[in-house]
Design a protein around this ligand. Sequence first.
Ligand code: ADP
Ligand code: MG
Length: 419
Amino acid sequence: MKLDTKALRYLTAEDWRVLTAVELGSKNHEVVPTPLIVQLSGLRSGSGVHKCISTLAKANLIGRTKNAKYDGYRLTYGGLDYLALHTHLKHKTLYSTGNCVGVGKESDIYVVADSSGKQLILKIHRLGRISFRSIKNNRDYLKHRTSASWMYMSRLAALKEYSFMQVLRKNGFNVPEPVAQSRHTVVMELIDAFPLRQIQSVPDPAGLYAELIDMILRLASFGLIHGDFNEFNILIKEIEVSSEPGTENGKVDNDKAPRMPDTKFDGSRAIPTITPVMIDFPQMISIDHANAEMYFDRDVGCVKRFFERRFNFVSDVAGPHFADVKKLTAANKGNRLDVEVEASGFSKKMAKELETYMEAIGVDGPGGDGNEGGGDEGDGVHGSDESADESDGEQANDSCRPQNLHVKSEIPIGDIAGL
Ligand code: ADP
Ligand code: MG
């Protein structure tokens, strides 16, 4: 979905109050009755509020529902986007939005910038956007689905992602720095890197493979399984290595299909010049999850399969196996990040709700990017089907595909009315 920020500029303080009132009312009403909107807005009843409602409806931030038994409005995804952007603007987390750099099944990714011009990533969760493709046995569950539920679930996905990023980062994992979360959005550090999926060759596949398996093991030792650990969710970042006279500093031309230098030889020892950064956490699970072993094996299998197909690399070490990994977790008893995340506010109940919903809409809980069992092979957006490799970058939504992130922000939205 396009992030159209045009109307942000001309909304008044009253418009924002009315939009917030519709959001509040949505908690208990699929369609929020107009009198309730008036009441919740705290504005005096009269033409003023109705003018706001009409402005918001024209900008598609709220929608009138004709079939309702009473006269009312519901919040649209656009409205929810605006409320989240408004909060980020107020908190000075961001100042401008730029290009869309990625579109997944359940999220849109934009480059944004804060007021100092520093580029960041805005991830907007859109759970349920592509939903009825693989409903499987969940018709009954989804029958009761309302727009309120997709909004709530998208919020949960954002909250979960943000909470996990915080604890992972705090514990030394290589993940983007989380900056802020509002509603269904997360603002985070922009990693200037390519997804592993787009890397055609590395000089030391064994080294990179070992690093990725280490990452999976380290996660497990902290009680976690990524659940979608695949070539789309690993960004390969170059590490700055200072240039010495007469030596190559290992930089590559970022405009071309990358061939990554992953080591530099300084005469005595090899210095790694690339590092994997892990992203995408809404499907992360505890190692105590009922299907933990399956998800763990799938994460390991994804790495193995990709390395064999892309780099012709097969490790001569079997495993790692789930049983051994459980021992690692037990040995690291005091350090359970699954427990820490719970303590930070993303409760077990929320985790269960989100998981049930993701399964119902075909995100398959863990595995949302479409690795084996992920349920979206061939959907053209993300899929691990190797036959699609050559057309990498020619994914379904051409205007919105993952790309090199040296993008200048384009649409200033900081200077708007009503802040
Ligand atoms: P989804 O849940 O839709 O798969 P991801 O978080 O995996 O969303 O992001 C989709 C794509 O957007 C990634 O493959 C990557 O190209 C890009 N991306 C996401 N987060 C970042 C980031 N912090 N820095 C740079 N690129 C990112
Ligand atoms: Mg992803």
